[in-house]
Design a protein around this ligand. Structure first.
Ligand code: HEC
Ligand code: HEC
Ligand code: HEC
Length: 101
């Protein structure tokens, strides 16, 4: 009996741990423009529960390891611009107020 419970636990664990237990809104603080909010939940809904799409290829999980990125670099495909290029998602070349208040 307990073997089955452990098995069920192991199957459920990844979905539970990787989805709603993480912090939804994380903020990226930039000296020039203040903080930009990023929603994990909205992105997981849009992309699937696929952490490795972003971690640690585009963003280090440890915020201290992410150096500030400029909009010019984003337009070249860095940071948010890896997807916000007008194809995968709306472009960083416009829609400023979608990310900046
Ligand atoms: C679409 C991109 C993207 C996806 C997918 C994503 N994250 Fe993140 N995550 C970010 C960004 C952006 C940050 C903030 C980085 C920063 O502050 O420099 C972050 C930060 C984090 C942090 C640090 C939070 C803090 O404030 O200390 C953790 C933990 C984390 N993510 C876990 C996950 C897990 C687990 C998944 C999969 C369920 C996931 N992330 C999926 C983009 C993503
Ligand atoms: C791995 C790809 C990916 C990365 C990286 C990414 N996004 Fe997104 N984002 C998406 C997709 C896909 C959508 C949904 C489609 C759309 O809105 O064009 C989205 C939607 C959004 C939305 C609209 C959410 C809503 O539904 O209202 C905001 C705001 C946003 N992203 C901000 C950011 C910010 C800020 C960053 C960088 C810190 C970022 N994204 C990085 C793929 C990504
Ligand atoms: C997909 C989300 C997103 C969109 C769209 C976006 N930005 Fe940003 N922007 C960010 C994030 C996140 C940062 C902070 C990056 C960092 O510090 O690593 C930032 C930083 C900046 C900075 C400071 C860095 C620099 O390049 O000087 C300025 C200025 C800026 N944005 C202006 C704009 C303008 C103007 C637009 C519209 C043409 C725009 N942003 C569109 C997410 C976005």
């Amino acid at each position: 009996m307990s073997k089955y419970l452990i098995l069920i636990g192991l199957i459920l664990l990844p979905t539970v741990v990787s989805a709603r237990w993480i912090k939804d809104i994380v903020t990226i603080n930039n000296d020039a423009v203040g903080s930009v909010a990023f929603s994990h939940y909205q992105h997981l809904d849009a992309l699937g529960k696929n952490c490795v799409l972003c971690h640690n290829r585009i963003f280090q999980i440890n915020p201290k390891k992410n150096r500030p990125v400029s909009m010019a670099e984003m337009e070249q495909g860095k940071s948010c611009g890896a997807c916000h290029n007008g194809e995968t998602a709306f472009s960083v070349k416009e829609n400023c107020e979608s990310c900046h208040e």
